[in-house]
Design a protein around this ligand. Structure first.
Ligand code: CTP
Length: 222
């Protein structure tokens, strides 16, 4: 099967030397890419800036801003069977990006921010999408309620929820997986590499069910 995976943070520039971003390490997305490759699948990895080397044998697309990630995802989603949007896309970007360094002022400044485009939601809204759509939810509170809201609002097949305070920048995580039909599954704290393999198995099982129902042939590519 063909996987498209997003990973890492995005950077939304303020001026040539500053940006808005977050603490995402990209470890979970890269581990999922490696697990999918190990199981013999094709992987397109679309990554924001991280300190990790891309796994060999992936089609690797390096991006920086949410707009670049949006374009790259939309260029490749329809040629994929499973889209896993693991990236921590910045939610806001500055309205204006200064071409020169903004100088410090004694009286403070305020900056106007606008929401970035929601990549996951834009795929969920595609009417005749053929791929399995998996989103992530990093929360600090009301994990299940917030993740369920994302599952519905972004129209995904699966949401993988985690406590941001456990998973962010860490080699370990614990997961709560929510499925479209209301089913849930917990995976207790474990290394991200182990979790990634479990997730890929779950995605494949779900994708096979989904494609079987729609009578779509899945061909393994060698
Ligand atoms: N996501 C996305 N595009 C965005 C924001 C988020 O594709 N502009 C995706 C993420 O990759 C993830 C899911 O949406 O799969 C949820 O991301 P998260 O940051 O947890 O939620 P938000 O929608 O940003 O909501 P909030 O920050 O309010 O929790």
């Amino acid at each position: 099967m063909r996987f498209l995976i997003t990973a890492g943070p995005t950077r939304e520039p303020i001026d040539p030397v500053r940006y808005i971003s977050n603490r995402s390490s990209g470890k979970m997305g890269y581990a999922i890419a490696e697990a999918a490759l190990d199981f013999g699948h094709d992987v397109i990895l679309i990554s924001g800036p991280v300190n990790l080397s891309p796994p060999r044998n992936t089609k690797f697309i390096s991006v920086s801003t949410s707009d670049e990630m949006f374009e790259a995802v939309h260029r490749h989603a329809d040629e994929s069977d499973v889209c896993v949007l693991c990236a921590a896309v910045a939610d806001y970007k500055p309205v204006q990006v200064s071409t020169i360094k903004v100088k410090k002022r004694a009286d403070g400044i305020s900056m106007e921010l606008v929401p970035t485009r929601d990549i996951l939601q834009s795929l969920g809204r595609q009417r005749a999408r053929k791929f399995l759509l998996v989103g992530f939810a990093a929360e600090t509170d009301h994990l299940e309620a917030n993740a369920t809201k994302k599952l519905l609002e972004k129209n995904c097949d699966i949401i993988v929820a985690n406590d941001a305070r456990v998973g962010m920048e860490s080699d370990e995580n614990e997961l709560l997986i929510l499925f479209r039909d209301g089913e849930t599954k917990k995976i207790s704290r474990a290394p991200k590499k182990f979790l990634a393999r479990e997730l890929v198995k779950i995605f494949l099982k779900f994708a096979t069910k989904k494609f079987d129902k729609k009578d779509v042939m899945i061909t393994e590519r060698t």
